[in-house]
Design a protein around this ligand. Structure first.
Ligand code: ADP
Ligand code: MG
Length: 557
């Protein structure tokens, strides 16, 4: 991320590739991408050294796609990966980046699946073959010519392949490829065995190394929280309850994630806004000014958009998505602890990102302590503390300004001061849960359920969207309109809550309400088209689970 503007456009990649990259939401190339893409596009051999999570896949996939000829239906690029899982991940990434390149197909070749269909896909002209070395050698034993047309070879995670004992297989594969091919090798480490391979099989390779310099970050207290990718929003909301912050910046990887998370925070009543590269410069400045003067408390940003941001009010940095490298971690958390103040930085870590956490600890020379999600008691204590803090300054004076009114109201209503104070509290807290049972019910996350790596992680890595959310809604019933609310499962909503609220407040018959689909961050409800506007007005102030329903007509386009 060394470039000021232009992002991926500056590489002059095939426009169809650029369009697909833009569609994934990547804003700026990561450091390894910035340096590797031009070298590979130019046809050079290359050795790339960078840690996990730095974006190596796109660093080779984009320039390789640029260099193949989609019109030629034969294998042109071979990517070797150590495991079946990694091969599948790389193949999926290629498919994503090649989405707008008609005629380009990708085949994944790995053990444990029948060989026939794999061979058929290769012979049918898949231009990109992603394979584990062992299985590929099985294919070569059946047909040694199968790779004869490959002119780009990538060894991904070369050190891991050697650790898994694939040395001999690699030699067999090198021999089966044309000597004129381009060869690119990526590895987190470069032990002697890897250097020897490079010596023998790469021609005049260029070296790219993403440095991991030691950096110090003293005034900032750091912690991390283990969480599954699809629970990040809930985790962030829980943490916000107990963290005592003034202003806060959250970092995510994509533009879409800035928008999704900012609107989830707004829905919870936080003064939050998104900051990303799509937002015009003058608007960005307005967001930063608002953060400075307290009209906003939370900004959800991508790295690019937050560059140079200096707001002394910032007490907290949440790294909701992992940074690409330790430098950008240090850079991100440097947004807090400005001007000698103390700051706090929290990092969300998914199971497969734990290695990156270790790298960060090594590079910063500091242990990043683990914290757990607050439990219901902690949330309750924090809410009561906030209430106490907001009321205690008023107590002294309010009696003289509002004491007489209190007497009058208790007399008029015919209730005790305690009953009236309770009513006022209920009004002032706006339906917020203020006892343990109610808090437990509203929290979709069980505290301390931090993943230990025993559950497979959701694929896709797209922040803030579970698989369920990506599914298209069901077809609409006749005479019905689909309506949407921003309340979903993560707000503790179930279909029966929505049904109950709409039946009670809307005065509808049960049959009038169609399907209700509750997703993680929103819900869809089918209502009668006839009289819909009236109904929505009627439901205007309806609350479910303590939150405003805000049902709107939903247009799918
Ligand atoms: P590595 O192979 O170095 O471990 P990956 O290629 O698997 O890393 O990338 C890690 C994650 O970062 C993936 O979820 C990928 O989609 C995402 N990613 C890669 N490049 C970018 C980018 N330029 N902007 C945003 N996200 C990116
Ligand atoms: Mg990788």
């Amino acid at each position: 991320m060394t470039q000021e503007t232009g992002g991926f456009a500056a590489f002059n990649l095939n426009p169809n590739i650029l369009a697909a990259v833009t569609a994934t939401g990547y804003e700026e190339p990561s450091a390894i991408q910035q340096q590797s893409i031009p070298i590979i596009m130019a046809g050079h051999d290359m050795i790339g050294q960078a840690q996990t999570g730095t974006g190596k896949t796109a660093a080779f996939a984009l320039p390789i796609l640029h260099r193949i000829d989609p019109a030629k239906r034969e294998p042109q690029a071979l990517i070797l990966a150590p495991t079946r899982e990694l091969a599948l991940q790389v193949a999926t990434a290629f498919e994503t980046y090649a989405k707008q390149m008609p005629g380009v197909t990708v085949v994944a070749v790995y053990g444990g699946a029948p060989m026939g269909p794999q061979l058929k896909a290769i012979r049918n002209g898949a231009q990109i073959v992603v394979a584990t070395p062992g299985r590929l050698c099985d294919h070569l034993r059946r047909d040694e010519k199968v790779l004869a047309t490959v002119n780009h070879l990538v060894l991904d995670e070369a050190d891991e392949m050697l650790k898994l004992g694939f040395m001999d297989d690699l030699e067999v594969i090198f021999k089966a490829l044309p000597a004129t091919r381009q060869t690119v090798l990526f590895s987190a480490t470069l032990p002697q065995s890897i250097r020897a391979i490079a010596e023998r099989h790469l021609r005049d390779p260029q070296h790219v190394k993403i440095q991991t310099k030691t950096q110090t970050v003293t005034a900032i207290e750091q912690a991390h929280l283990l969480v599954h990718a699809d629970q990040k929003t809930s985790a962030v909301l829980s943490l916000l309850e107990v963290e005592d912050f003034d202003a806060l910046i959250m970092f995510v990887r994509t533009k879409q994630a800035t928008l999704d998370l900012a609107s989830a925070l707004e829905a919870k009543g936080y003064k939050a806004a998104a900051l990303n590269g799509d937002i015009a410069q003058n608007q960005r400045e307005r967001v930063i000014d608002s953060l400075k003067d307290g009209r906003l408390d939370i900004v959800v940003a991508t790295d690019v958009a937050a560059r140079g941001l200096d707001v002394p009010r910032i007490t907290h940095v949440f790294n909701v998505d992992m940074p690409y490298d330790p430098e950008s971690y240090v850079h991100r958390i440097g947004r807090t602890g400005r001007a000698g103040r103390e700051g706090r930085a929290l990092l969300l870590v998914t199971p497969r990102e734990r290695r990156m956490l270790q790298v960060i600890e090594r590079v910063t020379g500091q242990k990043v302590a683990e914290v757990r999600l607050p439990d219901a008691q902690a949330v309750l204590d924090a809410r009561i503390k906030k209430l106490t803090n907001s009321l205690s300054p008023l107590v002294a004076e309010a009696e003289s300004t509002h004491g007489d009114l209190l007497d009058r109201l208790t007399a008029d209503i015919g209730c005790s001061p305690r009953a009236l104070a309770a009513a006022l509290l209920r009004k002032a807290t706006n339906g917020q849960a203020l006892n343990l049972a109610a808090i437990e019910k509203e929290r979709p996350l069980v505290p301390n359920n931090a993943p230990r790596g025993d559950r497979p992680e959701r694929s896709g890595d797209r922040p803030e969207r579970s698989d369920r959310e990506r599914r298209a809604p069901m077809p609409l019933g006749e005479g019905r309109a689909r309506c949407r609310t921003a309340l979903g499962a993560r707000d503790g909503i179930a279909a029966k809550n929505l049904l109950g609220a709409i039946l009670n407040e809307g005065g509808l018959a049960r049959e009038a309400i169609g399907r209700i689909q509750v997703r993680d961050s929103f819900s869809l409800v089918e209502l009668p088209e006839d009289g819909l506007e009236k109904l929505l007005t009627k439901l205007k102030d309806t609350r479910v689970a303590g939150k405003q329903l805000k049902l709107r007509r939903y247009r799918e386009d």
